[in-house]
Design a protein around this ligand. Structure first.
Ligand code: C2E
Ligand code: CA
Ligand code: CA
Length: 539
């Protein structure tokens, strides 16, 4: 009886050891470390020991009390091993999970869960290194959310994050699972598309952009989000991961510059590409010598075509025939505070020029752009007032443009500063209207004379019933606030005619004239004055 019981105890202990052996094998399969492998021979040794002892007991006619106690120890040892292995396995699993999480966090963006720039570069590098064997061509498509800073400024950074997460979800929904998608930086997402020669990349981008072109929701507001894309190809456009990625970003900047929805990298674009830090240090020097030019773009007054109006647009020539567009350097100037000096220079140069034209009997109206920093500047009104005392011009020749977004950043402050400026007799206009999410109550309190409908609504007016409705209701709203309405970005005659038919007061765009140098503007003004005089004398 004691003999049978002892044998059963040893066999049970051995079964426990066998189960611990299976755990140790599984552990090694997962872990693959020599230290975990060493458990396997030890466990096998135990199993052998148990088997031998069980055989020894069964061969003996009787079992002594000592042998019975040893059997109990064998049993307890087996159970102990199973328990120890359970604990070891659990700890190892936890360590493995923590390692996985750490690895995941290092390579993924916590907000969207997408691979981050580091992971993206690693993946591109891998494809670049394997190219000799795989001959795998690929395209990088970088999407950048337009005007994202405005969204952050108007709705807060937290809400901006919500929008980024929604945007990335939309992208994930659209693209196939085998396409690598990463958040390459703040509001920028990059896709790796293999075998671009087999797919029509422009069509693909257009379909992504039209899929993304539906409002996202923040605070129950529908926010229209558009994006600009840049494409670079491997191996055509670079030899390293950094180079190909940077070139897709250069292509994206080029597209923004010409206001196209996307562009494919062209080597000539590189020499004109400077990153923000380079531009900031170059701008620092440019501001000390005020190394800028003013261009002038005609604005047509529908109801009084004799009245000449020009919008003043800033250019920063770099001396190699290339000018940096204001969209690229104004945000940098705003961050470095150089914007105040630049605005003062623009105002002074324009007013001096107006005084010079006045001496020739030419009195155009000019529209000057102010930055968000300017409408926080209490000294602006004093500066403008002393400028107009120094150069005798009619204040009504000046219209100051403030973007809707700038105005909405601090409506109370904007209202106070604008009211002071308005007392000088100048006109005020809200630029890029429709992109700044202003409310009717704020708008009706502002001392404004004019609303300029943003180009994005005007351009495709004839093809988008949505945009047509927005433009029509903006005209209605502006007129009920006794404001004039300007449509900008008019590139065809048909569009101009249509805008006139729905009540626009002023039109601006390439159809009527592109921004001109001072010499060209002089000529344009002389001719316009001549035509006006001729028409007047014929009447
Ligand atoms: P904005 O005030 O909306 O100026 C109009 C922009 O649209 C100009 O670009 C102009 O060249 C462009 N444009 C005019 N007509 C058309 C058209 O028919 N089609 C297209 N596609 N574009 C057209 P630009 O000169 O690059 O100026 C960009 C922005 O930079 C301006 O937008 C304005 O916000 C800012 N900016 C320009 N000059 C100054 C300045 O002196 N001070 C400040 N603070 N901002 C400025
Ligand atoms: Ca403007
Ligand atoms: Ca505008």
């Amino acid at each position: 009886m004691i003999k049978t019981f002892s044998i059963i105890l040893v066999i049970l202990g051995m079964l426990a050891i066998v189960s611990a052996l299976r755990s140790s094998i599984a552990l090694y399969q997962r872990d693959k470390r020599p230290s975990t492998f060493s458990f396997i021979p030890v466990m096998l040794g135990f199993v052998l020991g148990y088997l031998t002892f069980a055989a020894f007991l069964s061969m003996k006619p009787t079992t002594t009390p000592i042998e019975f106690i040893v059997s109990m120890i064998f049993f307890g040892g087996g159970i102990f091993c199973v328990m120890i292995f359970g604990v070891i396995s659990q700890s190892m699993e936890r360590i493995a999970f923590a390692e996985f999480q750490q690895h995941h966090n290092e390579s993924h963006d916590p907000l969207t869960g997408l691979p981050n720039r580091r992971f993206l570069l690693r993946t591109i590098s891998q494809q670049v290194n394997e190219f000799n064997l795989s001959e795998q061509h690929f395209a990088l498509i970088t999407f950048d959310i337009n005007n994202f800073n405005n969204i952050n400024e108007v709705f807060s950074h937290q809400k901006g994050d919500v929008l980024l997460a929604q945007f990335s979800e939309r992208l994930k929904e659209f693209i196939d699972a085998d396409i690598f998608l990463a958040r390459s930086s703040g509001n920028r997402f990059t896709l790796i598309v293999n075998d671009p020669q087999d797919s029509n990349i422009p069509n693909y981008i257009e379909s992504i952009q039209s899929y993304l072109d539906h409002p996202l929701t923040i605070n129950e507001h529908d926010v229209n989000v558009t994006s600009t894309a840049g494409v670079s190809l491997f191996p055509e456009h670079g030899t390293s991961a950094e180079e190909v990625l940077k070139r897709s970003e250069i292509a994206m900047y080029s597209a923004k510059r010409i206001q196209a929805p996307y562009s494919i990298y062209e080597p000539s674009a590189s020499s004109h590409f400077y990153d923000k830090t380079e531009l900031a240090s170059m701008l620092h020097t440019a501001v000390t010598t005020m190394d800028f030019d003013l261009y002038f773009q005609p604005v047509i007054n529908v109801n009084n075509q004799n009245q000449m109006t020009l919008e003043v647009l800033l250019r920063w020539p770099l001396g190699d025939g290339y000018s940096v567009r204001p969209d690229e350097f104004i945000p940098i100037a705003e961050q470095t505070n150089a914007i105040k000096q630049i605005t003062h220079w623009v105002l002074e140069t324009t007013v001096t020029q107006l005084a010079a034209w006045r001496r020739q009997g030419i009195t155009p109206q000019v529209q000057i752009n102010l930055s968000v920093r300017d409408i926080e500047d209490d000294a602006l009104e004093t500066f403008l007032s002393s400028l107009m005392k120094k150069h005798p011009i009619n204040p009504a020749q000046l219209t100051l443009e403030i973007t809707e977004t700038s105005m909405m950043q601090n409506p109370c402050k904007a209202q106070a500063v604008l009211e002071k400026i308005k007392k000088l007799g100048v006109y005020l206009s809200i630029d890029d209207f429709g992109t700044g999410f202003s409310s009717l109550s704020i708008l009706s309190n502002m001392p404004i004379d004019e609303i300029k409908i943003d180009r994005s609504f005007v351009t495709d007016l004839l093809y988008s019933s949505n945009h047509e409705a927005i433009v029509r209701s903006t005209i209605y709203l502006a007129h009920s606030l006794e404001c004039r309405v300007v449509a900008e970005g008019v590139e065809t005659e048909a569009l101009g005619q249509y805008l006139i038919s729905i009540g626009c007061d002023k039109l601006q765009g390439y159809w009527y004239g592109r921004p001109m140098t001072l010499a060209q503007t002089d000529e344009w003004l002389q001719q316009a004055t001549l035509t006006n005089t001729r028409v007047a004398s014929q009447n």
